[in-house]
Structure formats: structure tokens, C-alpha cells
Ligand binder design. Sequence first.
Ligand code: GLU
Length: 493
Amino acid sequence: MTDPQVRVRYAPSPTGMLHVGGVRTALFNWLFAKKNGGAFVLRIEDTDLERSTEESVEQLKSSLRWIGLDWDEGPEVGGPHEPYRQTERLDLYKDATQKLLDAGHAYYDFATPEELTELRKAAQAEKRPPIYTGGEYREMDVDRARKRIEAGEAHTVRFKTPRDGTTIFQDMIRGEISFENSNLEDFVIMKSSGTPTYNFAAAVDDATMNITHVIRGDDHISNTPRQILIYHALGYPVPPFAHVPQVLGPDKKKLSKRHGAASAEEFAAQGVLPEALFNYLALLGAGYAADEEIFSPDELAERFRIEKVSGNPAVFDETKLLAVNATYIRKKSPGELAMLAAPELVSGGVATADEMESDLPRLTQIMELLRERIQRTTDMADSASYFYGGTLDYDEAEFIKQFDKPFVRENFSEMVARLKGLEGWNDEQIEEAIRSFAAEKEKGARHIIHPVRFAATGRTVSAGLFETLTLLGRERTIARLEAADRKMSSLPA
Ligand code: GLU
């Protein structure tokens, strides 16, 4: 099978949680692949052995899956360019290193870290940029170098950067970007430990995995000329690049936990649905007038144009994300919402797991009633809490405000008795009972509705009272109203 025309990759280093900026970069790759009928490859760049962790590899994969960014090739799913973890591809980097050494594009460097520090200091003192060009090693005879290696001398392998000329590329987002080669040092491609550096491994992998478009974070712009030089030296065609800007908080600093949430896991923990984060990040800074519109992943892919992505940092707006989230919550069926709500209510201590299981039909109705009011799934436990449990602890000041009124003090008991005497228990009967009672007393219905709502829910705001009382059930409602009635009788005259 031949590779598809378009192949893109997301290549995270497993050194922490998946940041929103990374989600957005992965998302742009995914949309680009979908739009062009191409492949989205996941590659784990784990050559930094000290900082990479297995836990982070697992977190990255589960965060990508959670948001719906399934990869066509990569860990677990496999593919024609296996393996997809850099620590399992070391032979490839060794072969490529040998090729570069043989062709005179790379050399063994024996400078010690102390010597390199000295050179850097000397350059600083003379106000020269500290550009290391290998000194005596750059042109050292290969056999002599091999002898020193055989004798056990520590060494790195460096790329022999051309000392003149310009490396230019057309960035799909930012247009032409150029670097003077004379400003680039002879960078290390193989560390003394025998592991490749990021620039080298990424270039070898992108080339050997037939990546056709490199879409990545703009923190890598300065690495791109180095990688292009490697492509040239190894005789590979250079792919187009697109450098995606960072995601900043409202204070224009890199979005971090300080801003509330910054990783996919934190957003999930704060009640954001994956569909909403997907939708919001796909539009954020992507060249559309409004970034709160609702589109399916297929529609987003259809509309996606990498050239339209803004070259300026994207500013994350939590209010907009939550508006999108609320829309996705409303779009769910009450049954789906009940399935999301049940674990929230259990973890929020509102109900037990057993209770939830037997109460699912009622929870479904409760969610239908409340869904307009929920912004995050984590709001569910609080929003629905008064539908569970027995009598309520009322806020004293609010209780007095609601009940210490002549009309309420004179009529509340009678109202409770009316409700208690109802034959059935549904919206219409409850509404009829309250409205006719108010009419008899020649008062607006709100004079009854407000204290009844507060007595039944402990809140001054709720969904429609009649539906709320229906779902609360007769027994719970009457017990709460009677408790409030008793409390009212004990208020000082
Ligand atoms: N491993 C790099 C990172 O996590 C990605 C570099 C790239 O996409 O080329 O920043």
C-alpha cells in the first residue's frame, strides 16, 4: 500500500500533561489530514530520557482520545512506519548519522563541556555571538577521530553547518522566514550518551515517515532551519512547514493552571465536554469571524484552511468556551445528560451510587428540566442537589426575608394543606392549586410561588416551580413545606 498524498504528524514529548496549545496543534494537524483525505500520525518524542515518563505517554494518548483526536498511525494502532516512539528508532538515527559522517556533513566533536563553557564565556566577553563551529574537530581526519573514540574518549556528533548562505522557507501561516547560516552553530545531532537530539531525530523521522506537511508549535521556528539543513544533507525533499502560535491567557501570558485550567485533563475535570473543547479550539485564532459557532468535527475539517490561521498568539477566552460548552450540554438528550450527571452526583455527595441506579428515570427528567441552566457538567451536582436528600438547611437571613411577611405567615399553612390534599401530583394539579389559592386570597401567584420555592428547594431561583415540585415528589415536597411551616411558626411575632 502506498502512503496517502497528505501525511501530517503530532509529535509530543511525553514530559507533562497535554497543554491546550498542544491540543490545538494536534487538532490543526487532524483537521488538515481529514480535509485532505490524509493520515494523521502520532509520534512519541521520548529521547529526553530524564524528562520523559511512561505516565505522560499514557496521559497524552488518553487526552487525545478523550477529545476525539484518533490517530491513523502511531502507538497502539501501528502502521507502515513502525515503530512510532523515538527510543525504539535509534538504529535509524545511527544509520543517518553514519551517512552524514561519510558524506562529510557531520563530524565527531571531542570538546568537553568545560571547554565549551569557556568558549561561550570568551565570546560573551568579546561581545560576539557564541556560535560554536567545531574548532580543530570540524575538519579532523576521520581515522584519527575513530582512534580517540576507540580509546574511550567522550564525544558528540555535530552537524557541519554551512558557514555561508541563507536557509529560507515559506511558512504556510507566516510566509517567508529566513535564517543566515552564519548565525547557526554546528549543532549536536548525537549526544555523548548516544541518543539523538530533538532536531536530528525529528528531521530523520519526518523524512522517513514521509511526512508531507509539518504543522507544529511556533516555539520550533528557530529549529526549522537546522532541520532543513539535515534534509538537504540527507537528500530528502523538504516539506512545507506551518508554525502554530501559542495559546495565551487573557493577561497575554502562556495559558497555565493559574488561569483556571490549561491541560485537557484539567478542562475535563472542570466539566468541559470534549466536543466543546474540540469545537472551540478548532475555531480559536483559525481565521473565522466568530469563534463561538457550533460545528461538527467533519464540518470543521471541511472549513479548515491552514493559511487562514492567524500568526498572532491566540487568546483563550473562557467565557466563550463555556458558552460553547453550554450549547453542547443542551444538545445532549436528557438520557445522555443523566448518564453524565449520575457520577457527578455521587462524587458530589448528593446521592449514593445505588440511589442513582434506581433513580435514573427521574434523573433523566430532572436533567431535561435543568439542562438550560448548566454550563459545565460539574455544575450538575449542585444544580440537582435539592432533588435529593430530606429536609433542607435554610439560609437564615433568606428564610426570614421569604417568610416574615404578614401574607405568608397568615396563609402558608393553609397552602401546604391544600397541596397535601391534592389527589394526584403533577404539574397541572400543582399549578391549579397554587393559582386558585392565590386568586381566592386576591394576591398575585408570586406571593405563594416564592416562599414555596424557597421552602421546597432552599433556593430563590430554580427551574419552573410546578415541574420542580412534580419531580421532587409529593412526599419530599410536603415534608419540606411542613418543616418550613414549623420554622415559620417559631419566628418571633
Ligand atoms: N517534541 C516536540 C515538542 O513536544 C515537537 C516538535 C515537532 O513537532 O517537531 O515540542
